[in-house]
Design a protein around this ligand. Sequence first.
Ligand code: PDD
Length: 287
Amino acid sequence: MICFLNGDYLPIEQARISPLDRGFIFGDGVYEVIPVYARRPFRMVEHLQRMQRSMDRIGLANPHSIEKWEALCMELIARNEGENHGLYIQVSRGVAPRDHAFPKESTPTVFMMCNPLRAAPAHWRAEGAAAITARDERWLNNDIKSTALLGNVLARQKSVEAGAVETILLREGMLTEASSSNVLIVRDGLILSPPKSNLLLPGTTFDVVIELARRHGMAHELRPITEAELRSADEIWVTSATKEVLAITRLDDQPVGEGKPGPVWRRMDRHYQDYKREVTGCEAPQA
Ligand code: PDD
């Protein structure tokens, strides 16, 4: 795998960063994961704009313009084998003596790599997947796509140990998001999701889903969702750049709706796959 580190393209085994990098010491950095299908990035500009926003939120000057980032992404894709990737970008506040305060001068560390993007297993599409719930114990700035992910890591591990694919988070009895995805529910044919706020990441996949709902006249509403509404939903979906739109058919060991991917999910998934094909020319139904 060829990665990019501070201006150089090199095999990942040869990449070296200082232990004083603030990304390592403090998790002081931001990141993105851009899906690449058939070597074409999907919603790249939207991901890069969100990265700009994350940098603005943590007072980190973006070392590159959006156009330069696009060129770097295309170059990295060209230098790697494989058709489908999760293109990872990380920008940290750079190397400096350990001190919580921002260093007066530091050069951001820029790291990029292409991870293989695996197709969703066929049984997920046929049967959906299981999730559990947990208390959202993270901080109050989850709209920043920060590399400081310990809260998300601990939440995700709970579902790993329960044999489930995601941990759906509840804060004071209200749905926020999941450990590494956004959450939408369907009740009586209406697609519902919590509005964007500091409590959750503004998902690029979520934005595609809302755009497609609008385009195809599927009823949707953004409003706060209670735990009771989540537990009695007809359908639950999780969305992310790597999972696309995944139907959750068991929640805390109880069936969701009829316990199989619902009709609204099937419709949305078809529109999502069509849109992906339209944008990337990728013929495969999945990554
Ligand atoms: N995670 N919420 C959280 C906490 C996430 O980590 C992610 C994505 C999302 C969905 O965002 P998007 O649709 O833009 O991928 C929501 C990425 C995939 C990751 O950390 O690997």
